[in-house]
Every structure is written in structure tokens, then in C-alpha cells.
Design a protein around this ligand. Sequence first.
Ligand code: CLF
Ligand code: SF4
Length: 298
Amino acid sequence: KPNDMDSAIWEKIKDHPCFSEEAHHYFARMHVAVAPACNIQCNYCNRKYDCANESRPGVVSEKLTPEQALRKVMVVANEVPQLSVLGIAGPGDACYDWKRTKATFEQVAREIPDIKLCVSTNGLALPDHVAELADMNVDHVTITINMVDPGVGARIYPWIFYDHRRYTGIEAARILHERQMLGLEMLTARGILTKINSVMIPGVNDEHLIEVNKWVKERGAFLHNVMPLISDPAHGAYYGLTGQRGPNAMELKALQDRLEGGAKLMRHCRQCRADAVGLLGADRGQEFTLDQIPGEVV
Ligand code: CLF
Ligand code: SF4
């Protein structure tokens, strides 16, 4: 344990492969793709594929019901001894598709009480569910925050669906921003560790992520993970209707270096699929598709 780290925090991160660089060599996570619905539109998202806020775009995960997810977790827990974390990272938004997320966590926690539960969200519906996340002992949440200025946000999010209606433009981005900050503050107040994912979009929010890093640090974020936009039309990722390139490795590293000294950076993210299984960077998801899992009742 690092000397300057609180032991309660250490307990939470020591076997979480994303929240601890060290842990990712020894511990595995699995995702179950139980949450297909989403309440916002990101310009870099093609709805046919996994949520690009947390995942490598251009990948279609097998959607599961909570019951199917439980069976899959039971099989993987037996076959992957390093498994320590169950995450829900789409393919849409886990907090918006809340019923399925909650049912999955409850069923899995009943069978495997010591597995850590982890969730990734765009933040819009997050404040509505923080109390339940705390009740379910979810200790790790990721919010994708790409801007703190609604003017920048309007170039990233064409619309959001909130409180029974659709909002567009600056107004949409302002609501999303306020909900993201509120959600982060609520998580921090409950001692839930929060990682912020930011998608770096050259010419749109690259410089602005320095400001984002300051805001999230002030509000208690535990880690900041700057991920490159992967914009390959062949893989289904696109940016609105116009071409938008992603950053190259040097540009990403230069930005990460400028962020040193702010909110602590995560640098070992592998932009996992919404159905990833195993150690980061060694995905075994294809070994555990539903047709390979016994007990399916058709
Ligand atoms: Fe999954 Fe995300 Fe939890 Fe990790 S992934 S929900 S925090 S258990 Fe990890 Fe994968 Fe990067 Fe995500 S390497 S994409 S940061
Ligand atoms: Fe797509 Fe994820 Fe954005 Fe929803 S939050 S629009 S699923 S990238």
C-alpha cells in the first residue's frame, strides 16, 4: 500500500484492475452487457455498437437479460480465478437502463457476495440512483465527462432526453453538465470512488480537458482517464455527420503529461468491450458467449 494512501481506500482499490495500476496485472474484471438503452446522443456514438464512453467503438456485444448475466457470471467466476470485479458498461447507459442494472447487481451479489460491483455512466441519470448504488455496496463508479463548458458540450452532444422531454444545443449540454457535477459530488459525499473518463476529441475538447481535470479534482474524483476518440468509419464510429479524427498517441501522451499534478491519471485503460472478460488487455469474452454457457432455457 502506498504510504500516503488511506487504508479504507486501499481496501477498495487493491483488487480493482482499473482503479489500481498495480492490480491490473493480477485481477480481472468482467462486463455484462445488460443495459442497451441510452438517454443522450454523443456525436461519436453509433448506436449500433457499444457505448463509446467506456468502450472501444465498433464492437457489438451480446445483450443479456439479468438472468442470463447471472448465469454467465457464475460460469466465469468458476473459470477465471482472478475475477474480482463485475462491471456494467453499456452497451447503452447503466444508470438510465436502471432496472436491468439493479436486477443484475442484486442477483449476482446474492450468489457471489464478495465480488466488487462497478458501473459506468454518462451521468445524466446518476443522481437519481446514488442512494441505491450505495445501498448495493457499489464502491466504484465511472462518469464520462467530456466538458464543463456547455458551449463545448453543444459540439459533443446533439441532444439529451431528460425529465420526459428532449433538449438540444447549449441547454442540453448545461443540464448534462449540472447533473454530472451533482452526481460526482453525491458519490464523493458517500465515499464511493469515482473515476472520470474523458474522450479526447482534437479541436473540440482537447485543451478544455485541462479545465475538466480541475473541476473533477475539486469535487473529489479519484482518477481521471483520458481516452482517445477512436474515429474509424470502417468500425462504425463517426462524429456527427462530418469526419473527425482522433488524437495520435503522441498527442494523447502530451495532454496526459500536461494533466500531471491535477486529478490522478489512469494510463492503463484498454477501452474494453461491454462484454469483456478477463485481465485488461487479454480479453476472453469470446470464450463466454451465451451459446457456450450451459443451462440456457429457450
Ligand atoms: Fe469495467 Fe470500467 Fe468498471 Fe473497469 S473497464 S466498468 S472501471 S470494471 Fe477499465 Fe476497461 Fe478502461 Fe473501463 S480498462 S474501459 S477503465
Ligand atoms: Fe452512445 Fe454511450 Fe454516448 Fe449513449 S452515452 S450516446 S451509448 S457513447
